[in-house]
Design a protein around this ligand. Structure first.
Ligand code: FE2
Ligand code: FE2
Length: 230
């Protein structure tokens, strides 16, 4: 189901109800996405040869599994925050084109959300217990950014996406080399996030003050550190 946020005849109350629905789906259900295949599945089919040597080379030890799951939990939490930001910003965006841009990107974020969640489940672990807290905080920040005007909202979005690309790059270094499935998911996410940053830039994003960028970076570091463990 596509979220009908872009229909102009929706009242603010309607949009709030839709946002609550999207929030609940993000946290507890399976939210609307583009339906793209999970990149990790391609690794499966590549290994269809049932070559036992190849299987052994990609088999993770218990500690590697735990570490990979924790990193994917961080990424899942990041996608929860991204979804909340997009929803908050879409709620207050003034320009219909900006709202549509955010909607398209938000559906792609849900692909990421679903892929990360699937990978965490496959690694026998759980998503972050703090997700509802992060969703609420990020939603409020999104509403505030949107209320400041589209160019600042887009600037915030562009900076967020750029920071996410850098963050994903560090995760590619931290993930076990053998964890090809998680790596495939992150590689695709990295491509998408860079595209979201360009989209925001092309839509008229303002360059944020350095101090704001620094605060954003500190906020995301707090999220990544806590969701690794919880
Ligand atoms: Fe994402
Ligand atoms: Fe993104």
């Amino acid at each position: 189901m596509l979220i009908p946020m872009k229909q102009r005849n929706y009242t603010l109350i309607d949009q709030v109800i839709v946002s609550v629905d999207v929030g609940l789906r993000t946290l507890f259900g399976r939210p609307a996405s583009t339906g793209r295949a999970n990149p990790a599945d391609a690794i499966n089919s590549n290994n269809d040869t049932s070559n036992s040597e190849q299987e052994t080379s990609t088999e993770l030890s218990e500690s590697e599994k735990k570490h990979s799951a924790a990193l994917m939990r961080v990424n899942h939490c990041g996608e929860v925050c991204a979804q909340a930001l997009y929803q908050g910003q879409a709620l207050t965006a003034r320009d219909a084109k900006v709202r549509d841009t955010m909607q398209t990107a938000s559906n792609e974020e849900n692909d990421h959300l679903n892929w990360c969640k699937q990978r965490i489940t496959d690694l026998d672990s759980h998503t972050s217990y703090l997700n509802p807290l992060w969703y609420s905080g990020s939603f409020a920040i999104g509403v505030l950014a949107g209320a400041l005007g589209d160019k600042w909202s887009l600037g915030f979005l562009e900076e967020t996406e750029k920071q996410v690309v850098d963050h994903l790059q560090t995760h590619l270094k931290k993930l076990p080399e053998k964890d090809k499935k998680s790596r495939a998911i992150i590689e695709q996410m990295k491509i998408d996030e860079a595209k979201h940053a360009s989209l925001a830039n092309e839509s008229g994003a303002a360059d944020l003050p350095k101090l704001i960028k620094k605060i954003m970076s500190l906020g995301s570091k707090t999220m990544t550190k806590t969701s690794y463990w919880l």
